[in-house]
Design a protein around this ligand. Sequence first.
Ligand SMILES: Cc1cc2nc3c(=O)[nH]c(=O)nc-3n(C[C@H](O)[C@H](O)[C@H](O)COP(=O)(O)OP(=O)(O)OC[C@H]3O[C@@H](n4cnc5c(N)ncnc54)[C@H](O)[C@@H]3O)c2cc1C
Length: 439
Amino acid sequence: MLDVVIVGGGISGLYAAYLLQKKGLNVQVIEAASRLGGRLHTTYTPEGHPIDLGGQWIGPQHTRLLNWINAYKIPVHRTYTDGANLLITNRKRRRYHGTIPKLSWAALLDLGWGLAKLKKMAQNVSPIRPWEIYQPAWDEITLAEWMRRTFTTTQAYEAFAIGLSTVLGCEPAEVSLWHALFYIRSAGSLEALIEAEGGAQELKFSYGAATLIESIAQQVPWITHERVYSILWQADKVSLRTTNKTYNARTALFAIPPAAMKTIEFSPPLPPVYAQLPQRMPMGTVTKVIAIFDRPFWREEGLSGHVLRLEGALRVTFDTSPEDGSYGQITGFGVGKVARGLLHRSPEERQAYYAGEIRQIFGRNPRWLYHKTWADDPLIGGCYAGFFPPGGWGYFGESLRQPIPPLYWCGTERAVTWMGYIEGAMAAAETAVKLLTEA
Ligand SMILES: Cc1cc2nc3c(=O)[nH]c(=O)nc-3n(C[C@H](O)[C@H](O)[C@H](O)COP(=O)(O)OP(=O)(O)OC[C@H]3O[C@@H](n4cnc5c(N)ncnc54)[C@H](O)[C@@H]3O)c2cc1C
């Protein structure tokens, strides 16, 4: 009999398998998809250039991830940030430097005041027990409601909305204010979330995030094409049924997003708060767009490739070219109302739309254009992560983290630190392994 059967072959499940195995336990990772990696998904252009459709950046605060990268000598390089950023509004372009775009003086003051207030409020969240809500009203309203009460200028409201929806992966009208505050606190600061230099976008995998997944996968037992459908469990053993087989183990570790848990039948059923959690923690909705050019030509015009747009579907872009600049790569994110409207269109129509926007912003057609709307992914269902709408943390937060032995959970949504990120997925794996081995 196995000691631990791990459901989900993303970074969290694989890293948990590695840690458990190091403690001498007999483990098996079961992945439903045809590939490992989950939200880390590298594909390649016909020339072999890596394209990360999922996670790709690493921040200096991502200590677990950086330790692993250093130990296994996984190539990474700094994100290109030299030159001026662009703010595009009403089709007009304005260059700016630093994080805050060149808005009107009134909007800048408004934005500065709102950001300072948000940062101060985030200090009141305990990332360890965020369900203990210091200000219940903050979990009862959406982030959008708070923004309407806070900002007096449209420009400040819109710039803030783009920034926060790009960071959170959901719209301000969907997410509770408390969740936004928790997200900031879990990363340490707002700057850590939004900055390239010194923040979560500082480094990127030179040959794709697949290099990280491969370095762990070669050390642990895993199987793909096996979806877990049901589990029979009692105090000291579990029996999981998959597409092809039954796996018997002493414990089960679920390394899948909470929303994906609803596809698995539990016998006996989970307690009601756990059973409802998947309904209360939906996945975010972001489209990632990657354009490949023959060279990073924007650098010749003194531009960084970082664009903020107060219009259209593609609202934010970054230069993600290789270290030697041998070709140009722009990564963008589709967020906001126009991007949401595109979800009613086919993937081909979306591709054509984003190609048009890239042409509009950069003035030429890319050699290749890739996009992935993660809501299309049948096993993960969205990105970057699950989030709580109003009331979620207060009523369902504790069930996100608390195991019911022999059932344990990990995955980035369960993390105390860097929830939503690779670092969070690794941190949650570490915590689950500790709870499981100390039980
Ligand atoms: C577009 C995008 C950009 C991102 N950018 C960054 C970034 O730059 N930096 C960063 O740190 N993070 C980033 N992230 C977030 C990061 O990728 C995730 O936080 C992390 O990969 C989550 O890992 P996980 O193991 O928790 O979950 P997942 O990767 O979702 O793994 C869960 C696995 O479980 C499998 N599964 C689901 N149901 C079943 C079942 N019933 N049976 C068996 N298997 C099942 C799924 O197929 C999946 O492989 C990004 C994510 C996306 C999508």
